[in-house]
Design a protein around this ligand. Sequence first.
Ligand code: GLU
Length: 461
Amino acid sequence: MFNRAVALMDLPPGLEEKIRVCNATYTVRFGVRLRGQIQTFTGYRSVHSEHMEPVKGGIRYALGVNQDEVEALAALMTYKCALVEAPFGGSKGGLCLDPRQYEEYELEMITRRFAYELAKRDLIHPSQNVPAPDMGTGEREMSWIADQYARMNTTDINAKACVTGKPPHAGGIQGRTEATGRGVQYAIQEFFRHPSDKKKAGITGGLEGKTVVVQGLGNVGYHAAKFLSEEDGCKVIGIIERDGALVDPKGLNVEAVRNWIGKHGGVAGFADGKFVEDGSKVLEEECDILVPAALEGVINMGNAANIKAPLIVEAANGPVTAGADEILRDKGAVIIPDMYANAGGVTVSYFEWVKNLSHIRFGRMGRRQEEARHQLIVDELERLSAASEVGWELTPNFKEKYLRGAGELELVRSGLDDTMRTAYQACSKVWNERDDVTDLRTASYLVAIDKVATAYRAKGL
Ligand code: GLU
């Protein structure tokens, strides 16, 4: 995919190669005494590009983690950050283990030991390398990592900025957990604001009533499906999970399905909809929007030709293989690529990092002052109304809504929405204006690689 894009750019060959390769990958094997014996774990932290520092990217816990995967995902982080103008290079980490096989206290021991190994080599560091959650990790792991770093760096006043995705009570930011799913929603909303792009996918009308199939109801898929159905009027007609899928043309209640999975470990037995044992078949269901939000490579040479959705939104990293991408492009499907579609996570990570470095929550200084100014206008309107002969009334709720100054969550959502809109507009422009660019993925690569190349040039490389 990278090669396809750079072929359309006029980069010096040396620079092209410099950007393509991963700068460094650190492999660590460490032992933890568990259940009476020493268990050895293998972990990685790969740094793809340091054109900006710190470098940024999640840490995943999964059995399939390997060096190639971590390096590919680190590269994706470079382009993702460039695209949404988060001032970071790209990195990624992973630990080979199935977190469901361990007790919470065991996971804490493993995580702290892994964090120690990375931190002592500056692979966790507020100004060098800032991890975040990814598959199999979340707020809990991030707060262990932050604490481990703080114990090792007792005088570092910026210690909290060594990792993002922490819970709000441990230096996190409001809206980080929902951020990637929220970003997927904002990405789709922005796509729907571009009539010429909708036309390319053969989609008409607004988001209301559009049918959606989501693969994976984890953090990203759940939030995306929840917001699309509850706020935009979409119908989630299919949910694919580990043990099978649910299909209901009337639309599934995302919240209820999520609660069911929480209690029963899968979707089987859920009261509404039809249970389909071979979940992957539901990827091929007729729908308007297909949102793969879990694993890599779920849409591949084996099933791409059968995918019917005209719009595919890559909420996961790398859900469509390069071969499948070509088949889908030939069929005329539009793919909103991972580099853009799931960049909401790292965008809000950026806000969290800034918050940690500035040591103050967003909105703390201005909120009441903003409210006081709004109060002035409302008082004046009411005075004018009382003085006027006709008399007029404010719309119910207007006062309440207008008077309320923005808190941290509102500011985070506003910053995220702005970021997603601006990045989409840059990609859509290239897609629409260049005859040699026929898909959004290539357009996104062009925008992102150009920014990375500009940063390298400015450094004299
Ligand atoms: N793991 C997420 C991603 O793949 C978030 C990375 C971050 O916030 O640094 O984009």
